[in-house]
Design a protein around this ligand. Structure first.
Ligand code: CUA
Length: 317
């Protein structure tokens, strides 16, 4: 089936094993609501006009009850609510029981990006979850700071991600393609930019990706690698590279200058300042900015830190 034909006016084309069931329930509730809205409102309008008060006509006695009508308006709505209940319960169970052979991924959310750790494969990635088609994937999720919510509309799954607690969800992609990942819980200034993607690939592509993921990218120069990491490690969410102001200082022209810090101190923006600000951003807060940057200690490899420092240095003009 052409995936585009499974898109609804509210959601993108289906991409997981539960999408079809979720859409069936939604469409049932939605269409039933429209149909009954039209029936109730049109009958009400008709009665208001037809039986309006007119000169010379006596007011009729209101009937106290009508057994047939009462049975009818009890039985029909009962059936109507039982249909989505049973359909929904079946899908709810399916969405909450993770198949045994699922691929295990630990998801960490923080302001304002996602980290994916493939627990068995020993690979990690930022803002991009790569999965093989036709294999269930279990996500065990927790947050480093506030509540975020893992939402992939194409898969019809959404699950809150909390600090100090694990939440679990799973999905199985049914076709190859890219699916948008949103944070669906307001989590601060960068919430609307906390966007990632899920890339569903063939089993072979997945194996290749896992293989490549564990190796540091040796082929690139440090500046080239830094430019890649700028996007891949989500620096782009807050730091511009064209001097435009944002949540955080722009990288452009940031190296080698005098920097005002919160608390009235100053510092020179040299390599060590940049390194420290990447690993422990709370050590020195730039004047006029909120202390919202996540610490990258343990997330970046040494060569990646070098690459980012060199990249920032390269953005002088
Ligand atoms: Cu994270 Cu909104």
């Amino acid at each position: 089936m052409n995936p585009d034909s499974t898109a609804t006016i509210f959601l993108p084309p289906q991409g997981s094993t539960v999408s079809g069931q979720v859409d069936t329930i939604f469409n049932f509730v939605f269409i039933a609501s429209i149909v009954f809205f039209l029936i109730v409102v049109s009958v009400a309008v008709f009665f208001v006009i037809r039986y309006r008060k007119r000169a010379g006509m006596a007011v009729a006695e209101a009937p106290s009850h009508n057994l047939k009508l009462e049975i009818l308006w009890t039985v029909i709505p009962t059936i109507l609510v039982f249909i989505p209940f049973f359909l929904g319960f079946r899908t709810f169970i399916k969405m909450h029981i993770v198949p045994k052979d699922a691929l295990q991924v630990k998801v960490t959310s923080q302001k304002w990006f996602w980290t994916f750790d493939y627990t068995v494969e020993g690979v990690n990635s930022l803002n991009e979850l790569v999965v093989p088609v036709g294999k269930p994937v279990q996500l065990t999720m927790s947050s480093k700071d506030v509540i975020h919510s893992f939402y992939v509309p194409g898969f019809r799954i959404k699950m809150d991600v909390l600090p100090n607690r694990y939440t679990v969800t799973w999905f199985e992609a049914t076709r190859r393609g890219e699916f948008e990942l949103f944070c669906a819980e307001y989590c601060g200034t960068g919430h609307s930019e906390m966007i990632g993607k899920v890339r569903a690939v063939s089993e072979r592509e997945f194996k290749d990706w896992i293989g490549a993921g564990s190796a540091v990218e040796e082929g690139l120069s440090l500046v080239e690698l830094g430019a890649k990491l700028y996007t891949a490690k989500a620096c782009i969410t807050c730091h511009s590279i064209d001097g435009a102001p944002g949540i955080a200082p722009s990288f452009k022209g940031r190296f080698g200058i005098q920097i005002q810090l919160e608390g009235g101190k100053q510092t020179i923006s040299d390599e060590n300042y940049l390194r420290e600000s990447i690993l422990k951003p709370m050590a020195k807060i730039a004047y006029g900015f909120q202390p919202v940057m996540p610490a990258y200690q343990g997330i970046l490899k040494d060569r990646e830190i070098d690459a980012l420092v060199e990249y920032i240095k390269s953005l002088q003009k």
